[in-house]
Design a protein around this ligand. Sequence first.
Ligand code: HEM
Length: 367
Amino acid sequence: MENEKPRRPLYYADYIQLDRLLGSQQLQSALHGRPAHDEMLFIIVHQTYELWFKQILWELDAVLAAFRSSPVPEEEVGRAVLHCGRIVEIQRVLIQQVDVLETMTPLDFLDFRDDLIPASGLQSAQFRLLENKLGMRRQDRLQVQAHYTSRLSQGDAARVEAAEKEPSLFDLIEGWLERTPFLNFGDFDFWREYRRAVDAMLAADSASIRSNPTLTEDERAIQLAGVAATARRFADVFEPGASEPVNVAAPGRHLSKRALQAALLINLYRDEPILHLPFRLLALLTDIERNFTTWRQRHAQMAMRMIGTRIGTGGTSGHEYLDQAAERHRVFADLSALASFFIPRSALPTLPPDVRSRMGFRFHPPQ
Ligand code: HEM
């Protein structure tokens, strides 16, 4: 614009507010008059985590916004794949970063640990926001305090609890899967064909166990019981009751049967062009879930190494709580366990040509 004043050239340190960033490490041990060398590392590692949490939330919010519309525009699925792919790479950094913090020895940590009480990672509002936006419900959390936000400041607790009321990624993905148009193929009864293929596969498994001369009778009985349990799980997928989850004994969240069937179909026929991006998105959600669990396990091991069996600065049982949280605090566990319902490609029902052609991308050159 003509009247606009010439701007001062942008300076690197101003652009990224480096003074504020580099001036934000206040050692508690120094305030107490006995500076501990490793506290600088401790603070910087935590700050780095929080910055990466911020970036993950930024990506996640973009995916949530896209999936709030129904139907989800096709191009948004491609973008969601890019956002989720970025989240997965950031998580890898987060897991690796534990190694850097572990260059601090437990004795060096003890030099300043008591100065931190009662502050704890338990009070990371961004971490709780992430959990909630992904879809963790309060009833699925381990109960370690009166309320999972009771140790947060009022402002943080309000933000975290507000996120619980918004549709989470789990909710939106479940809805999107339930709306998958390919669950019904017109005249072609996919699920009847699939059930036939599954029954044939399980019958072949049982026959090979029965005829295996190397098994003792006890071993045979155990293996046949395993096949029978698999058959029951499969039967549950095929039973009516589309809005109910498949009857899995595991605690936590579970997709509705209809959503699970759609996820199964997308995985089984992922080579059909129209299903390829949805397949990649589901695979990335599984990676996000697995990386979260890996981080939790890695963090629990680190806590064990640093503080042994002592309670945490936040007052939980420490390592024991973190271990259980790694086991229990899961959101997309059903996607990770989907392989239980796969059958070999060679046994998959062949899709009729008209169904395949509807699933393909076709370029029609100008006549
Ligand atoms: C010396 C290193 C560390 C130790 C010994 C440690 C220990 C603990 C313990 C014992 C807890 C359970 C809550 C409590 O009673 O305080 C906890 C929770 C937590 N910590 Fe750490 N931590 C360490 C480093 C980190 C780092 C670098 C982060 C990165 C942000 C982090 C993030 C968290 C989070 C998010 C929780 C809550 C986990 C949940 O409730 O599932 N911690 N930590």
